[in-house]
Design a protein around this ligand. Sequence first.
Ligand code: NAG
Ligand code: NAG
Ligand code: NAG
Ligand code: NAG
Length: 467
Amino acid sequence: MEQRKFWPWIWDSDGWSVALVLLLLVFFSQNATSTPIYNTFHSENHDWTFNHLTVHQATGAVYVGAINRVYKLSGNLTILVAHKTGPEEDNKSCYPPLIVQPCTEILTLTNNVNKLLIIDYSENRLLACGSLYQGVCKLLRLDDLFILVEPSHKKEHYLSSVNKTGTMYGVIVRSEGEDGKLFIGTAVDGKQDYFPTLSSRKLPRDPESSAMLDYELHSDFVSSLIKIPSDTLALVSHFDIFYIYGFASGNFVYFLTVQPETPEGVSINAASDLFYTSRIVRLCKDDPKFHSYVSLPFGCVKGDVEYRLLQAAYLSKPGDVLARSLNITAQDDVLFAIFSKGQKQYHQPPDDSALCMFPIRAINAQIKDRLQSCYQGEGNLELNWLLGKDVQCTKAPVPIDDNFCGLDINQPLGGSVPVEGVTLYTTSRDRMTAVTSYVYNGYSVVFVGTKSGKLKKVSLWFCFVFI
Ligand SMILES: *[C@@H]1O[C@H](CO)[C@@H](O)[C@H](O)[C@H]1NC(C)=O
Ligand SMILES: *[C@@H]1O[C@H](CO)[C@@H](O)[C@H](O)[C@H]1NC(C)=O
Ligand SMILES: *[C@@H]1O[C@H](CO)[C@@H](O)[C@H](O)[C@H]1NC(C)=O
Ligand SMILES: *[C@@H]1O[C@H](CO)[C@@H](O)[C@H](O)[C@H]1NC(C)=O
């Protein structure tokens, strides 16, 4: 009996909230009348929706981050461990630990929304961060979800108290046997003093290390972090950056964000007046000064319709067939991304949505062009929200190759010409909200989840699309 397993699937029901049902499709090709078998798993309380899911590459164990729980399930969705994370007494105005910093605010029983769930493979542990206590994290043993450490006694341990999923993303970078790094991008909800929008943290192998989650570099002049300037919040009162997805590829770490546009000197007070842009942010893995920060808008177009509001993304491989048609190799990375139409309704995205594809090689080529033209002294840095004004690019005779990691000039660098993806499929009903992909027999197969919980399979043959 051959059993073929597809990715466990999770979808969101209204853009911000999360999966209600987890579905595992198991196809048995035992006889001609193959019957799909559905196993389901529900949390103990139906209000405790699922926020994140990750499947262990080697063991196939499924880890689910939900409101108030982290679950470990077997591949067939049998529950193995339920780890309690909430609700607990908390108040957003309090900073832990309460024994050290007594808080006079009224404490109420508060849900702990899972914000981050990443497997730290080389140390056999799971990083699980929540919304409680300003967003502290736990390191849990993969086997039994035993708490290895829950650092919460200094500012660096708080990642963000925003209690919505789809606002924070983390990427672990680690060379075998060495201490790791955690890159974190997060919405800050106006608390820009407390929380950097983007930072890299130490992730020591020893869970007891006092350096756990410290900024990789933190000095008066240079640090491994970027804060939203208070001037930007004064000008655009609802300004924030939402981190939808992130990944490491080659020497770089990438984050995919959605953020309001900030035209120079234009003050915006009503949230309804905001235009949003999706952006790719790229940093070198090994650049604690963040001089390599580059950010370009991205999206895709079909006919004269622009799709600019990122909903979900997934980094994958193209497979031989798609690779050949894109003139890349099967080992190259490609990004599949879903966007909603337009730039206005980020918080209630339109149903009109597109599935698009970006070879990482093409993203890097466009970033390299942008760097080269800026180092020729052409134009401005174009990063208003961070620089607050137009800063001219400085001409400098520096060779810029594929792995250029920036200097202390011409950084941080933005841009206004979008990286345009290949539009694979669009639909105007039942917005697409989730995407995953794998390679089967050399062909790239993409699964798309929709708002109403439907699953669509998209097969890519030489860029022709079969649904
Ligand atoms: C599910 O998997 C577990 C462990 O992998 C196994 O012990 C159990 O029998 C399986 N249950 C079903 C219903 O297949
Ligand atoms: C937090 O404390 C303030 C002041 O004590 C109180 O007004 C507020 O209701 C509390 N918030 C919650 C969610 O309990
Ligand atoms: C998030 O916080 C808001 C306001 O504090 C609250 O109304 C909402 O119920 C919280 N969400 C969850 C899932 O607990
Ligand atoms: C394919 O890529 C190679 C190297 O990346 C390049 O030299 C070649 O010109 C490309 N071919 C086409 C048709 O774009």
